[in-house]
Design a protein around this ligand. Structure first.
Ligand code: ZN
Length: 236
C-alpha cells in the first residue's frame, strides 16, 4: 500500500472562522478522509516536533502532500533540506495551492514561483490538456469549481515536464493549474485548487485528481546512496 504523509501548516483552520467551519478537522484531516481507504495515510503539522517530518517519517513516506500558505518561513531550513533529499532519492511530492511559495517547492524549482492572484470567488474551469496522463484518468474534458481563488500567469516556474491541466477563471485569467516535474528520482505534481475559504477538498474531481497524483508520484525506485559497482564478467 502506498504510504502518504499529508503535511499542513494548519493555521487558517484555527484562526479564520470560514476555514475552521469548512475544515473542522483541518485541511489535512479532510484530505486524509478521502485518501485513507486506498492508501496508508498519516498527517504531519508545522506545530509537531520536527514539523512532523523526521528522517524516520520521510523514510516511510512514498508521497508527501504539502499545504502551506502564511507560515512558509516557519519551516526550518534543515527540515527543507531533509525533504529535498527525500524527493531527490525518489519520494513523490504533491504541492497544493499556495504551496507554490513553500520553501521546499521553490528549492526544487530553483525559481521564485511567483504568480498573479485575486480572491473574488470566481468559477474555475480546469481543462484537461493531456487526457492520456495518469493524473487526468477519469476526468472528462474539464471539471469546474464553483468558487476558487484566481491565480494567473505568468507563473515563474521552470518549463514543466508535463502540463496536465490549464485553468480558466470567469474573470478571463488563465493559469497552469496542474503541472509535473521530476527532480532526481522524485516526481512532483503542483495542483492549484485548494483555497482555504472554499470547499475545494470536498469536490469529487479534485479528490480523484489527488488520488491519481498519489498513484503517479509513488516511487518506482528509491536511491539509498550506495554506489557500488561490480565487474559483470568476474566472480568475486
Ligand atoms: Zn489561497
Amino acid at each position: 500500500m502506498i504510504r502518504v504523509t499529508i503535511w499542513n501548516e494548519y493555521h487558517h483552520e484555527q484562526h479564520h472562522p470560514i476555514a475552521s467551519e469548512l475544515y473542522p478537522e483541518g485541511i489535512h484531516g479532510q484530505i486524509a478522509s478521502f485518501l485513507k481507504d486506498e492508501f496508508e495515510v498519516r498527517t504531519a503539522l508545522l506545530s509537531d516536533d520536527e514539523c512532523g517530518l523526521t528522517e524516520e517519517v520521510l523514510k516511510n513516506t512514498d508521497v508527501l502532500i504539502w499545504w502551506g500558505h502564511v507560515r512558509h518561513d516557519a519551516v526550518p531550513d534543515r527540515i527543507v533540506d531533509r525533504v529535498h533529499n527525500a524527493v531527490i532519492s525518489g519520494m513523490g511530492l504533491i504541492a497544493l495551492h499556495s504551496a507554490h511559495h513553500s520553501k521546499i517547492f521553490k528549492r526544487l524549482m530553483g525559481t521564485p514561483c511567483n504568480l498573479g492572484w485575486r480572491e473574488d470567488g470566481d468559477l474555475l474551469r480546469n481543462w484537461v490538456c493531456d487526457p492520456s496522463h495518469p493524473i487526468a484518468k477519469g476526468i472528462d474534458r474539464y471539471f469546474e469549481l464553483e468558487q476558487e481563488e484566481t491565480y494567473c500567469e505568468p507563473f515563474s516556474i521552470p518549463e514543466p515536464m508535463e502540463t496536465v491541466f490549464i485553468g480558466w477563471y470567469e474573470g478571463g485569467e488563465c493559469f497552469r493549474t496542474g503541472v509535473t516535474f521530476k527532480r532526481g528520482h522524485g516526481k512532483i505534481f503542483y495542483f492549484q485548487p485548494g483555497h482555504e475559504t472554499y470547499p475545494t477538498y470536498y469536490n469529487k474531481d479534485v479528490q480523484l485528481v489527488i488520488k491519481n497524483a498519489v498513484n503517479w508520484a509513488a516511487p518506482i525506485y528509491r536511491d539509498d546512496g550506495i554506489r557500488k559497482c561490480h565487474h559483470i564478467n568476474k566472480t568475486y
